[in-house]
Design a protein around this ligand. Structure first.
Ligand SMILES: C[S@@+](CC[C@H](N)C(=O)[O-])C[C@H]1O[C@@H](n2cnc3c(N)ncnc32)[C@H](O)[C@@H]1O
Length: 198
């Protein structure tokens, strides 16, 4: 489900960037991905996260997808000569990814799985496109935060079939994604990395 204009005030502004830099530093601490050739970001939004992933992990190539064409147009405008040929922004649905099985060494999720109507299918897709031993880096929020008394009136999220931490971790395990020690979880959020079993 696309974001509404209220959420875009948050995710489209420069104030979002330091949070993503901080999250990437944590991702690196959970597991430093060295020498990856091909990685994916789902729900890339305005595209800053993909550029930060390139800088932080230095993969040879990143595919970054979003279901919202206006986001992809904005992201494409960020490709400077420095990144040309190493990044591809395109429209795609995280619940039905157009990439082959076992084609990505890592998948990055900066807070988009809770936007999926069928979030478990999204996790299945992540596991499908990862190679054995591939990494899923995730940062997620729970209804306790985005469906609380204020935010539920001003933000746009699916209302049915939501997940909390335990359900999210269970879904990862079901798809053969083992959470690496050190992940951080509160009542509202989780941030961590999981590795796909062989
Ligand atoms: C909360 S925003 C996060 C954007 C960006 N990852 C960030 O952290 O700033 C969620 C993003 O997920 C995208 N999205 C929602 N449903 C999606 C889907 N089914 N497939 C791919 N992207 C989706 C939205 O268009 C939006 O850009």
């Amino acid at each position: 489900m696309k974001t509404n204009w209220v959420e875009r005030l948050w995710i489209d502004g420069p104030w979002r960037t330091p949070f993503q830099v901080h999250e990437l530093n944590l991702f690196k601490r959970f597991h430093d991905l060295k020498g990856a050739s091909r990685v994916l970001e789902i729900g890339c939004g305005r595209g800053v996260g993909a550029l930060l992933i390139l800088k932080a992990f230095n993969p040879a190539h990143i595919e970054a997808v979003d279901v919202d064409p206006s986001m992809i147009r904005r992201a494409q405008r960020r490709i400077t000569p420095e990144f040309e040929g190493r990044i591809n922004f395109r429209i795609d649905d995280a619940q039905d990814l157009s990439f082959p099985n076992r084609s990505m060494e890592a998948v990055f999720n900066f807070g988009i799985v809770h936007h999926l109507e069928d979030w478990e299918r999204g996790i299945r897709e992540v596991a499908r496109v990862l190679i054995p031993g591939g990494l899923f880096y995730f940062e997620e929020i729970y209804p306790a935060l985005y469906a609380g008394p204020v935010f539920r009136h001003i933000l746009l999220h699916p209302k049915e079939n939501r997940f909390d931490g335990e359900q999210f971790r269970t879904a990862l395990a079901r798809e053969g994604l083992s959470i690496i020690d050190g992940y951080r979880e509160t009542k509202y959020t989780i941030i961590g990395a999981a590795i796909r079993a062989n």
